[in-house]
Design a binder for this molecule. Sequence first.
Ligand code: ZN
Length: 276
Amino acid sequence: MRDLSHDRALLSINSMTVKAWSLVELLEGCARAGISAISPWRDIVQACGAERAGKLIRAHGMTVTGLCRGGMFPDADEAGRRAALDDNRRAVDEAAAIGAQCLVLVVGALPKGSRDLDGARMQVREALHALLPYARQARVPLAIEPLHPMYAADRACVNTLAQANDLCDELGDGAGVAVDTYHVWWDPDLAREIARAGKRILAYHVNDWLLPTTDLLLDRGMMGDGVIDLRAIRAMVEAAGYRGHCEVEILSGNNWWKRDPDEVVRICIERHQTVV
Ligand code: ZN
């Protein structure tokens, strides 16, 4: 297992962790802290303009560990599904423009008013097949991120790494997975499915599961503040061959988003070196 205790070269900051920052502020804030990798969400890339964002990122010498996020494929009607695919092609273009190592996919869930979870999963599968040739051509790998089952109705109906691996088996080149500790830590098959994912692991997201969790979306914890055995999961991911960054992704409306982003980054570095 790699030693992170003295180094921040493998640390990436996801823009949702420091939500108050624009892309320029994220680049400058990370540079100030000696961090050389980021993962922006599309909102701050679009606010800047993808081409200009790419130039700024290259000027700062930053690695982009992923663009968050594409997906949200299922829809109640054909026009909606087509619009979602179009938007995902734009996300692929944006990922290419900023040199992202992958486009992270939160695949989407039940269409409004639907109870057909199997149908939603089928729609996701078909959309991935439809998007993949475009992503391959742009050389942007698609990272399917399984989300915790509590999001099966509204965010992602791919809820286990096994499901994501099955999709990757079917899709082949250009498709992989994003492993996020918050979403997968509870899974009794985790070790087996991480080993099975192997080189298909395109991104590794870290954070923690708080007790109690007070909000389904916006109460993620800082690494070390919750119950996830982060060292054990990183050992699995590295044993599977992953050599990339640990990307800190913390959506925290009542705590970390209210703090000074420079302080948040400083604590991310400290926890990266001590508990990740
Ligand atoms: Zn994530």
